[in-house]
Design a protein around this ligand. Structure first.
Ligand code: NDP
Length: 246
């Protein structure tokens, strides 16, 4: 089975990359199960996918809650009979020099970007084990590949996820679990809108995004490529960045 007919759950699907991925996979025949906190946006997305001939359901998910991830996975099984792919996409970014000691922002990034993925893994693995296979896709970042000032903690959370996935892969080579890390570069989304309190830092990030950012559909297509492979092929890492990004 390739994408058509697969059941794919996506966290952080209320905007940006997650929403674009849900639309794209829905258009390719996947049944999509979308989660995030802004349920009004999710409801709109589900309607949009349905009107385009796709199949989608939504539930409120805060990835800092292990129970919310369990509910997302349970909804997939209840409505579509199984879960083939979990896309761990929800994420936040707080940028600024480490000397600012933004302990609250650091903790929030660890909670959403790292623990949120662990909660997804904990929810999905038992279902994958029962089914005899499954696919974990995580959205990490080029920030983890080239560490730049003001993004060290964000990059650290993304590289933590890269490490978790590689560890899981090493532990699962005998089974049918596939893992994929997707590393986007500058993608025009809402990510940086609340990324810094300091207007100068925020405005610089917004200028970079306006100058370089590409559409979220580029990442959606990469995720589709990773999912659309025969069972014996695993796409491990994919980087999708603007051609002009340094
Ligand atoms: P957006 O801000 O548009 O989307 C982020 C999504 O994460 C939203 O749907 C938001 O939904 C969700 N989210 C945030 N916190 C939580 C939470 N606690 N529980 C559940 N969902 C949450 O940005 P992007 O689309 O850009 O971000 C998607 C992913 O891509 C992130 O992991 C980000 O780090 C990564 N990325 C983005 C890049 C870019 O340039 N845009 C570059 C590299 C990586 P809600 O608020 O409704 O809960």
């Amino acid at each position: 089975m390739t994408i058509n007919g697969k059941v794919v759950a996506i966290t952080g699907a209320s905007s940006g990359i997650g929403a674009a991925t849900a639309r794209h996979l829905g258009s390719l025949g996947a049944a999509v199960v979308v989660g995030a906190r802004r349920t009004d946006r999710l409801d709109h997305l589900v309607t949009e996918i349905g009107q385009a001939g796709g199949s989608a359901v939504a539930t409120r998910v805060d990835v800092t809650s292990p129970d919310d991830l369990k509910s997302l996975v349970a909804l997939a099984v209840e409505r579509f009979g199984r879960l083939d792919v979990l896309v761990g996409n929800a994420g936040i970014s707080r940028i600024g020099p480490m000397a600012d000691l933004d302990i609250e922002g650091w903790s929030a990034m660890v909670d959403v970007n790292v623990k949120g993925i662990l909660h997804g893994i904990a929810a999905a693995l038992p279902v994958f084990a029962r089914q005899g296979g499954g696919h974990l896709v995580t959205v990490v970042s080029t920030s983890g590949l080239k560490i730049v000032p003001t993004q060290a903690v964000y990059a650290g959370t993304k590289n933590a996820v890269r490490t978790l996935l590689e560890g899981l892969r090493q532990e699962s080579t005998a089974g049918a679990l596939r893992t994929t890390s997707i590393s986007p570069g500058y993608i025009r989304t809402e990510l940086i809108d609340n990324a810094a309190d300091d207007p100068a830092v925020r405005e610089q990030a917004q200028r970079n995004m306006a100058d370089l950012g590409i559409d979220a559909t580029a990442v959606a297509r990469a995720i589709a490529f990773a999912i659309d492979q025969p069972e014996d092929v695993e796409i491990g890492d994919l980087t999708i960045r603007p051609t002009r990004q340094g």
